[in-house]
Design a protein around this ligand. Structure first.
Ligand code: AMP
Ligand code: MG
Length: 335
């Protein structure tokens, strides 16, 4: 199969609609990362997503709709706070999980009685969703466990020859996946942190909790249990407080002849002397925008990437921390 990259225009949108209606896959830009979309009402089409990505079949898909789509045809029991969140933050990088009406095909929810809904704000994503006028199930457009794609070229690198069309919308401005919020209970619960922060949700909904997975408990967001976002080279992870151990590790790896780089925020980068560093920027927002692109650039020429995770845990930093931990193996080195 030949994979075409096309700018979003009348011709490519018509082609995208034709492919989606015929049960095929189309990659499209959003404000977070690129998505790999299929008709959420077509079981065979949604199954293709799992096959092409190599995605575990218990990891449900997010359903994307345009801003005027009537989600009451997909979900039941929308709590009052969810309407307020919708008004405040949608379209935008917030996914809300509701009880499913059973309209979307079983492959989307993977056996859960819930469905995750997202209304992306990227104008090209909106154009695509409006043109197709179907609910589009779409995980991130990367091979499972690889770093999520923030450009059409990243999608091509993972899926060349495997999907027919990539709609090119340039670089994603957000850079990390949407916040996933469980809206099935009286208080919303963050299942995956992102650019719509716990604090932002609490300000509108009155309260917001963060789900911390407990061993042995029923998994609420299956995707979060898998390792993710990993570059194709060795990784190690250190805390900001343990920076001297990170430097010792870097120096030891260099002495063995390995091509090594740190990845961290600018403030940390200033403490690393002339050592090689993928500097993701000054703020959590900049870091989120740059992290995946820099991991993908780094993996092409490096043997090892050493992450030094930022110290903060609030706001957007919570989401950035989570992606750092997933990308660099999840376990902090002590020395
Ligand atoms: P991805 O699009 O690859 O980032 O994956 C989608 C994320 O949304 C995963 O972490 C899923 O576990 C989560 N998700 C999708 N549907 C649901 C659902 N019904 N309930 C809880 N989490 C969900
Ligand atoms: Mg993903």
């Amino acid at each position: 199969m030949q994979t075409r990259i096309m700018q979003t225009n009348e011709e490519s949108l018509a082609l995208a609609k034709e492919i989606i209606e015929a049960g095929g896959l189309v990659a499209f830009p959003t404000e977070t990362v690129y998505g790999l979309g299929a008709n959420a009402l077509n079981e065979d089409a949604c199954r293709k997503i799992f096959v092409v990505k190599g995605r575990p079949n218990d990891n449900p898909l997010i359903v994307h709709v345009h801003r005027d789509y009537d989600i009451s045809s997909l979900v039941t029991a929308i709590p009052e706070y969810a309407w307020r969140l919708r008004k405040a933050y949608l379209p935008g990088p917030l996914t809300m999980v509701f009880k499913s009406l059973g309209t979307v095909c079983p492959a989307v929810s993977c056996g859960l009685d819930t469905v995750a809904i997202r209304v992306p704000s990227n104008p090209k994503a909106q154009e695509f969703l409006r043109y197709v006028d179907l609910p589009v199930a779409a995980p991130s457009a990367n091979i499972s466990k690889h770093v999520s794609p923030t450009s059409a070229e990243h999608v091509l690198a993972d899926f060349n020859g495997l999907i027919p069309l990539i709609l090119d919308g340039g670089e994603c401005t957000g850079g990390i996946e949407s916040t996933v919020l469980d809206c099935t209970g009286p208080v919303p619960v963050v299942l995956r942190s992102g650019l719509v922060t716990r604090e932002m949700v609490a300000a509108v909904a009155g309260d917001c909790r963060v789900h911390i997975p407990v061993a042995g408990e029923k998994v609420r967001s299956p995707g979060m249990k898998y390792s993710h976002y990993s570059p194709r080279c060795r990784t190690a992870l250190y805390t900001e407080e343990n920076i001297s151990a990170a430097v010792a590790r870097y120096d030891a790896e260099c002495a063995k002849g390995a091509a090594v780089s740190f990845i961290c925020l600018d403030e940390t980068a200033q403490k690393l002397g002339s050592r090689r560093c993928l500097n993701i920027g000054r703020t959590a927002e900049e870091g989120a925008r740059n992290l995946y692109r820099m991991l993908r650039e780094g993996e092409k020429e490096l043997d090892m990437i050493i992450g030094i995770a930022p110290a903060g845990r609030d706001g957007v930093m919570a989401g950035l921390m989570n992606r750092f931990e997933k990308a660099c193996g999840g376990v902090y080195e002590e020395s």
